[in-house]
Structure formats: C-alpha cells, structure tokens
Unconditional design. Structure first.
Length: 320
C-alpha cells in the first residue's frame, strides 16, 4: 500500500480546523477573512494535487463512494432530526437545500435565500469538479485556461443570475483551484522563488484586509487576484505543515485529523444544523442557555470528538 503524504494530511487538518473556527460566533472580521481567503480553495487544490487521469466510469464510482455517499447520508440524518423534532416544514426546506446543495446565501436574481445545506456543499462541488476536470484533461492541453474561464463564468452566473441544482456551479467554480493543484504536482508553478512568494504573501494580506472570498456564496471580490491569494494561502499552510511534521505529538494529532476530514465535515455539518435550526427543541425545554464561547467549545467537541469515537467504534466492529 502506498504511504500517505504526511505533509498533505497535516495541511488538510489545518484547513478543516480553520473551517470549524470560521463558523464560530463572534469571530473578528479580519480573522474570519483570513480563514475564508483560502480554507475551502485549499481542499480543491490539494485534491487536484493528487489528480490522475481515469476513465469516466472510475471517476463516477470513486465520486459516488467518497463524495456523494457522505453527502446523502449526512443530509438524510438532518431530515430525520427535523422529523424527530416534529418540524415538517423545516424537513421540506432541508430537502430543497439538499437538491440545490446551497452552502451560502448568494444574491442571485433567481433563487436567492434558498435553504442552507451547510459545509457539505463541498462534497457535491468536488464531485462535479473532478468529473469536469477529467474531461478537460482528456480533451485539451489548455486545461488550466479553460478551467479559469469556466470558473469565471460560473462565478458570474452564480453570483448575479441563478444557482443551479446539485452543486454544479460551485463545482465549476472549483475547477481553477483543482487545476492549480494539478499544476503544483507537476511542478509547473512550484517551487516559487523567495521573492515571488513574498510578493504573493503581500497580495494575500491585502486580500484579507479589503476582499472577501466565499465560494459557497459565489462571493469573490478582487477577482481574479483573490484566486491567486487563495493559492498562496494554501501553499503557506503547506510550508507550515512541513515544519509541523517534525513535532512528534502535534503532527500525530493533525495527521489523524487530516486523514478524516470528510468525516469531520459531516459531523460539523450536523453541529451547524442543530444549532441553526433545532437547538430550541433540545435546549429551551430544559432551560439550558449557552453563551457564544460555550457554543464554540461545543462546536469543537461535536466536530472532532464524535468523529474520533466514530472511527474507533467502526474499527472495533470490523474486528468481530
């Protein structure tokens, strides 16, 4: 069996931890902007880093197992929670959110204010992204240019016109980042010279201060500079991860988190769903009041400890 890339897993761990923190209550604007400047593009880029040409059958089979399955199972569990709480209207809205794979609140002319599905929008976006990119790589040698153009058009349509169902447009938006990862792996754009990297970091800092990037809402001002900044942010986390891998205990924890980012994403989605939609069914009848930091701590407990228990329970079941 091929050994996993520890540095990539640590980079993914940093990304998923920042995603969780990015959803905290009361987070200062600049910290949130720092996180959102690269944290979801990071996962498209790292996925593209491992791109290998496949038959369309294999792309679909792999996507169904690793992306579509967790999306549907997590969505189904959210609907079951709605029905258990007796909120049938919320269940109906959640079903619409599942169909649209709406991970934000864009301002299109048609379809604005659709029900929110949570961060699992990424699963469907990456699902389509992989399919589209595999097609581009097969059909043209100018796949980066086409990825950039398609992402640009999808961003404009999603932001100003309409969001298409099943996360198709967000999948298109992710193409440019996925292509960056492919270029990175083939050493076409990396390693960067020190002067270029410093210049890139300056651009990234400027974007953090004056721009905002949120793929789920098709929100990307200072485009396409923000795209470049997202790559620099991802590459910076990769360089930090190369240092962290030598710190024994921290690297071990982050390595585990990096291997289980999909599971963590599912449980984090459940946390957000509970506290955005049905927390009053669980807390208010028992006169339980939580302040924002208690909720933030609970966010970490649900998003990290439950996946840890999940993995260990499944491992023990498989032994019998």
């Amino acid at each position: 069996m091929k050994q996993r890339d520890t540095v990539i897993d640590i980079t993914k761990a940093i990304g998923i931890l920042l995603m969780i923190i990015g959803h905290w209550n009361g987070l200062p604007y600049l910290i949130r902007n720092f996180i959102f400047s690269f944290h979801m593009p990071l996962f498209f880029i790292l996925s593209g880093y491992f791109y290998k040409p496949k038959s369309f059958k294999n792309v679909f089979v792999s996507g169904n197992k690793n992306l579509l399955k967790p999306y549907l199972l997590t969505s189904l569990f959210c609907i079951i929670l709605c029905l258990t709480a007796g909120n049938f209207n919320l269940a109906k809205l959640k079903f619409i959110g599942i169909i649209m794979s709406n991970g934000g609140w864009p301002n299109e002319i048609f379809g604005a204010n659709l029900p929110y599905i949570g961060p699992i929008w990424f699963f469907l976006a990456l699902y389509w992204c992989k399919i589209f990119y595999n097609y581009l790589r097969e059909k043209t040698k100018h796949y980066f240019l086409y990825s950039f153009l398609i992402s640009t058009i999808a961003l404009i349509i999603g932001k100003y016109v309409v969001n298409l169902p099943f996360g198709i447009l967000t999948g298109f938006c992710g193409l440019v980042f996925y292509s960056m990862g492919d270029y990175w792996r083939n050493k076409i754009i990396l390693p960067l010279k020190k002067s270029y990297f410093i210049f890139g970091c300056i651009i990234w800092m400027i974007c953090i201060c004056v721009a905002h990037l949120e793929l789920a809402s098709f929100d990307c001002n200072l485009y396409p500079i923000s795209m470049f900044a997202a790559f620099i942010g991802t590459y910076s986390m990769y360089l930090i991860s190369k240092k962290i891998q030598h710190i024994k205990y921290i690297s071990k924890v982050l390595y585990w988190i990096g291997k289980n980012t999909s599971l963590i994403l599912c449980y984090h989605t459940l946390y957000l769903f509970i506290f955005l939609n049905i927390k009053h069914y669980l807390l208010e009848p028992n006169d339980i009041v939580l302040n924002k930091w208690q909720i933030n701590i609970l966010c970490f407990l649900i998003s990290l400890i439950l996946p840890y228990l999940h993995v260990n329970i499944v491992r023990k079941i498989k032994k019998y």
